[in-house]
Design a binder for this molecule. Structure first.
Ligand code: 5GP
Ligand code: ZN
Length: 149
């Protein structure tokens, strides 16, 4: 299958999501534009667990250009309520594991949309990090200033 809209000539050979974009690996596609593809996670954390990806191979979220970022998030915003409705979920977690230390296993940006159910024994996004650091007001001020640039 040849996917529409995307130049696959720079696709790395060993990226499973590029292989899905190229149609070399089957996936349960739920949404497609020229730039974005969404498909069910093969090992879902909940019914309806969906991955939304840019078709172009980009490893980190900060490497996506503004137009593609907009299109990617537009797809996430459109799909999240639809997925919730379809599986009768009460809520959803939406997130990106950006880098290996954050749990990114597939090195191609993907947004997880994970339906959540009252009493499902899962955790909020606050549970992903380790022990909370104790930061002084001065340290917080310095971090905020550095991020602001
Ligand atoms: P990560 O840890 O990189 O954020 O998540 C990668 C996700 O991709 C996992 O939830 C995993 O189940 C999913 N995944 C890995 N390989 C495949 C595949 O070949 N097809 C599909 N549909 N999902 C995959
Ligand atoms: Zn890729």
């Amino acid at each position: 299958m040849i996917r529409r809209g995307v130049d696959l000539s720079h696709m790395p050979d060993d990226c499973v999501f590029c292989s899905i974009v190229a149609g070399e690996i089957p996936a349960r596609t739920v949404h497609e534009t020229d730039e974005v593809l969404a498909f069910l996670d093969a090992n879902p954390l909940a019914p309806g667990h969906t991955l939304v990806i840019p078709k172009v191979h980009v490893r980190h979220v900060g490497e996506i250009d503004d137009d593609l970022t907009s299109e990617l998030f537009a797809a996430v915003a459109e799909l999240t309520p639809r997925i919730r409705d379809v599986v009768n979920a009460d809520a959803a977690n939406v997130g990106i594991n950006d880098g290996r230390a954050a749990g990114q296993e597939v090195p191609h940006v993907h947004v997880h949309v994970i339906p959540r159910f009252e009493g499902d024994d899962g955790s909020p996004i606050h549970a992903v990090a380790g022990e909370r650091p104790e930061l002084t007001d001065d340290e917080l001020d310095a971090i905020a200033a550095d991020i602001t640039g």
